[in-house]
Design a protein around this ligand. Structure first.
Ligand code: FAD
Length: 301
């Protein structure tokens, strides 16, 4: 389903992000998770795109399998990094043939094993260039849907580390939207104030497409520490840090605190008319299912 139709069907979207598992056992577990998530009637699910190598094929395989085996709309991520135009075109053609309707177009980070990657080898430098390219591809009429692919882009309520100048960053985001993006998904954040302010800054900049708020329930101390690194610049509010600290070695308590925090965030976002909530699941469903139950979200889908 094209993202425009998804937005029309769901006044508030709830979506879930997965990454492609590297083993068959991991894949089986993921499909079990997805079955559980399907019962929540999500607006769509996303599949991330690894920066280079075999995990990219895993993304394509997972996307195509999900698309054929599940009723939920599947949105693949696609990145500019370590990628040539012909490779991107192949992927778009494959997805178009399979009936995939949307793409999340990203800059992407170079893989850890290719740090120092020479970006001049990539056809596209920024996500904006990829959005432009997908729009051109859409205009060729290859896709059976005359609108072509719906296009999502990323944004960072707390700012992206590579652009310390927040005014310039907003200009870049505006160009990405003007290039033809249909919606925005934000990086995860733990203080809703950052999201509300970001949304107002978008409005001020003339960005009027739907903005989906990225939430990640903390489920372990290790995960929280890893995410501080991966999500580059994520700020953990003092109250959250104190609550996690009080848990000591009690892993279950950390999970309860993390889910409670994300539940409160979700509740407040709904009170502030958020257009959608995008859950970073790390391939598990129990945390989001608990949030759904606590907030009776199934009655909103
Ligand atoms: P861009 O829009 O290209 O921006 C990258 C940086 O360049 C920003 O600092 C921006 O301000 C700056 N910039 C943009 N345009 C210009 C310009 N014209 N001149 C100078 N600077 C400019 N990564 C993956 O590898 N795979 C994934 O599947 C993936 N999924 C993600 C999903 C979401 C929802 C989010 C929020 C992030 C995801 N990422 C993923 C991480 C993301 O790819 C990285 O954070 C990347 O560094 C930035 O991506 P972007 O799409 O915002 O890139």
């Amino acid at each position: 389903m094209h993202i425009d139709d998804i937005f029309e069907k769901h006044p508030t979207t709830f979506s879930f992000e997965f990454f492609p598992p590297k083993t068959e056992t991991g894949a089986q577990q993921l499909f079990e998770t997805i079955r559980q998530i399907e019962a929540l009637s999500p607006a769509f699910v996303d599949v991330t795109y690894g920066a280079g190598g075999a995990t990219r094929d895993l993304t394509h395989d997972l996307v195509l399998r999900l698309h054929s085996e599940s009723d939920v709309a599947t949105i693949p991520h696609l990145t500019t990094v370590c990628q040539r135009e012909d490779e991107i075109r192949d992927i778009l053609e494959t997805y178009a043939r399979a009936g995939i309707n949307n793409i999340l177009a990203l800059g992407g980070d170079p893989p850890r094993n290719k740090s120092g990657w020479d970006r001049s080898q990539d056809t596209f430098r920024y996500a904006t260039n990829l959005v432009e390219y997908i729009k051109r591809f859409n205009a060729e009429g290859v896709h059976s849907d005359s609108r072509g692919f719906g296009i999502g882009v990323a944004a960072y309520p707390e700012g992206h580390p590579a652009t310390p100048n927040r005014l310039k960053e907003m200009d870049y985001l505006k160009s990405k939207v003007d290039a033809g993006a249909d919606y925005i998904v934000t990086q995860l954040f733990f203080d809703n104030g950052d999201f509300y302010d970001f949304r107002e800054r978008c409005e001020f900049a003339g960005i009027n497409i739907p903005i989906l708020a990225g939430l990640m329930p903390i489920t372990s101390l290790g995960g929280m520490i890893r995410m501080a690194d991966l999500a580059g610049g994520t700020r953990y509010p003092a109250a959250l840090l104190r609550a996690v600290d009080r848990c000591g070695d009690d892993d279950d308590a950390v999970k309860r605190v993390g889910i409670h925090w994300a539940t409160q965030q979700c509740l407040q976002l709904l009170e502030h008319d958020v257009r959608g909530v995008h859950f970073y699941t790390l391939n598990h469903s129990d945390a989001t299912r608990q949030i759904y139950e606590t907030l009776a979200l199934t009655h909103m889908t």
